[in-house]
Design a protein around this ligand. Structure first.
Ligand code: ACO
Ligand code: ZN
Length: 226
């Protein structure tokens, strides 16, 4: 159904020439030579990174009709840890993380969601922790501020000073932009709760998100309530 609204939105996109690539998801302006160049640079590298050819030994921790989740541990063969690291790097650059050091690399567990097209479309890094600080309620975005500025300014979330007991820290959670809102992050977290500690099931309260982005916070708030 085409409404007046729809027409206005389309016209706006044409004017700025903004397009989202249907394969890699990058948002860029087709009118700008520099944007086109950057997209060409990014496109193939991105698709190569998320391509998953399959391994001789895969630690499959969950299976679904549209994919599976595999767990990669630090002591795994190089081909596995390298894939985990490459995908984590993609997530990090999207999250704006500068350095790619983990707080405890020797205990980090990487969960990868592989879809039926053999692409890594989700990544979650979980680490052992003992305590966490609850993120306090955030102010609303002022009307005169754009989303990017707001996100930048609120990277440092206000945290409670009272430590709470937690066992598992999620330092990264990322889902491929074209595959969002399909429950992939939810399924990654459910799987972490079942498999992070051998033989026990973690409650939602025993999991903590470190330094969440606004999107991550929206997701985490929803996840922890349901
Ligand atoms: N806006 C509002 N609500 C949201 C959003 C959003 N952008 N994303 C998720 N939710 C809520 C919704 O209620 C959603 O349920 P619904 O789709 O039925 O409405 C519910 O969370 C479950 O969402 P999922 O489909 O499981 O989440 P998804 O697979 O889309 O992944 C994620 C969410 C990981 C935040 C994804 O948007 C992403 O990768 N964003 C960019 C990277 C990022 O910001 N990651 C979080 C960093 S914080 C950290 O790493 C500790
Ligand atoms: Zn592309």
């Amino acid at each position: 159904k085409q409404t007046d609204n729809q027409l206005i939105i389309d016209a706006g996109q044409k004017q700025f020439g903004a397009t989202s690539c249907g394969s890699c998801g990058m948002l860029y302006s087709t009118d700008s030579p520099e944007d086109n160049f950057q997209h060409t640079q990014f496109h193939q590298r991105f698709l190569d990174t998320i391509k998953f050819v399959g391994w001789k030994k895969e630690r499959v921790v969950a299976e679904f009709w549209d994919g599976k989740i595999i767990l990669v541990l630090p002591e795994d063969p190089k081909y596995a840890t390298k894939k985990a690291e490459d995908v984590r790097r993609i997530a990090d650059s999207e999250l704006g993380f500068q350095q790619i050091t983990l707080s405890s690399p020797s205990s980090a567990k990487t969960y990868l969601f592989i879809n039926s097209d053999r692409m890594v479309v989700g990544c979650l890094v979980a680490e052992n922790i003992r305590q966490a600080f609850r993120v306090l309620e955030q102010p609303e975005k002022p009307k005169d501020m754009n989303k990017e500025d707001f996100m930048e300014r609120h990277r440092a979330w206000c945290c409670s000073t009272v430590p709470e007991k937690a066992l598992c820290g999620v330092s990264r959670i990322w889902v491929f932009s074209l595959m969002r809102r399909k429950g992939i992050a939810t399924r990654l977290l459910d799987t972490v709760r079942n498999s992070f500690m051998y033989g026990s099931h973690l409650t939602k309260q025993e999991i903590a998100f470190s330094d969440p982005t606004p999107e991550g916070k929206l997701f985490a708030t929803k996840y922890c309530q349901t």
